[in-house]
Design a protein around this ligand. Structure first.
Ligand SMILES: CC(C)(COP(=O)(O)OP(=O)(O)OC[C@H]1O[C@@H](n2cnc3c(N)ncnc32)[C@H](O)[C@@H]1OP(=O)(O)O)[C@@H](O)C(=O)NCCC(=O)NCCS
Length: 174
């Protein structure tokens, strides 16, 4: 797998974040609207954003993919972030968080769909999204990206009960 997997969709480019994206990581995660359903993900300082970036970058270094920064083609502005993180060796958590200014345009669905399709090439991997029960916008993205409800995987998360959506492949022994 290449060091810098990039995904291109009709409107969007998804690229590996760099330190130049730390300010955008802070801006999105310091916006109360963008963490309303997951307050434990909120950030207050640039140091916290730099630490979060370092964790994302470590995932990229270990696995060759991770969370992508999402932009429109030819436009430098970071719209948000979408990607995958290993939960265990065959289970990938799908993440998406966008700046409120880019909501309501199908951007998150377009990015998440590309990510879920890309993950389908990984043998025997399952993609899940953990979504708070009242986060209807996020549930819509998960379903439109191709995931379906997996009530048997629902579990308590950092911010309370998470509903789980999945790509449906049952991992060995899982
Ligand atoms: C979850 C989140 C990414 C959803 O963003 P979103 O913009 O509502 O989702 P989509 O990209 O699917 O866009 C769907 C909306 O775009 C509209 N839309 C406009 N043009 C569109 C197009 N070309 N294609 C698809 N939808 C389009 C749809 O009608 C829909 O509008 P509606 O919400 O008024 O019904 C966003 O709310 C967010 O970042 N929230 C904070 C972080 C978060 O909660 N993350 C998930 C944690 S589990």
């Amino acid at each position: 797998m290449g060091e810098h997997v990039e995904l291109l969709t009709e409107r969007l480019s998804l690229r590996r974040p760099t330190p130049a994206d730390i300010d955008a990581i802070l801006a999105v995660h310091a916006d109360p609207r963008a963490v309303a359903h997951n307050p434990s993900d909120g950030l207050a300082t640039r140091d916290e954003a730099a630490e979060l970036y370092a964790r994302w970058d470590e995932h990229w270094r270990c696995h060759g993919f991770g969370y992508w920064v999402v932009r429109r083609h030819g436009v430098d502005e970071q719209l948000g972030f979408c990607g995958l993180k290993y939960v265990d060796e065959r289970l990938l958590n799908l993440f998406y968080r966008f700046a409120p200014g880019s909501w309501g345009q199908g951007i998150a669905t377009e990015a998440a769909t590309a990510v879920v399709r890309w993950a389908a090439q990984l043998p025997d991997h399952t993609v899940i999204a953990r979504v708070r029960p009242d986060n209807e916008a996020s549930q819509g993205v998960a379903v439109r990206a191709g995931l379906s409800r997996a009530t048997h995987l629902d579990a308590e998360g950092y911010d309370g009960l998470d509903w789980v959506f999945w790509s449906g492949l049952v991992p060995e022994g899982g």
